[in-house]
Ligand binder design. Structure first.
Ligand SMILES: [Fe+2]
Ligand SMILES: [Fe+2]
Length: 141
């Protein structure tokens, strides 16, 4: 017996999709309000991150439709702050959460023999890990 059903996987992918929308909104807002000369290079990265989160959302929406689900339009709230370091910490928390979710999602896709989905999720996971590295570097971690 499979540990997960296709319906459960669709629900989890819809949660991931909503959080990709959130990440796109959050990065778009953060790149607009980050203050300080020392944040110039990470600000450019955040613009790229926002675009990549939209690409992830697009890929996941197509996969949900392919699996017979309806892609969500729900956008969980984004986080922001008046403080630049706090904003970058919020972005890093979001990336670490995404990394943990996609690691399980890849395993769950493989349990259902959905190797094309697993492959797409691996590519997304690699980009999230790169995003986390950019933020850790900017935060001096
Ligand atoms: Fe993403
Ligand atoms: Fe990301």
């Amino acid at each position: 017996m499979a540990a997960i059903t296709k319906e459960q996987l669709i629900d989890l992918l819809n949660k991931d999709l909503g959080l990709e929308y959130t990440a796109m909104v959050q990065y778009t807002q953060h790149q607009g309000v980050l203050k300080g000369a020392m944040y110039q290079s990470i600000q450019k990265e955040l613009i790229i991150h926002a675009q990549e989160e939209l690409q992830h959302a697009t890929i996941i929406a197509a996969q949900i439709d392919y699996l017979g689900g309806v892609p969500t339009v729900n956008v969980p709230s984004a986080k922001t702050s008046g403080d630049s370091v706090t904003m970058l910490e919020q972005d890093l928390d979001g990336e670490n959460d995404a990394i943990a979710r996609y690691i399980s999602r890849i395993k769950q896709s493989e349990e259902l023999n959905l190797y094309h989905l697993a492959h797409q999720l691996r590519n997304i996971l690699a980009v999230e890990q790169e995003h986390a590295m950019d933020l850790e570097q900017a935060l001096g971690k």
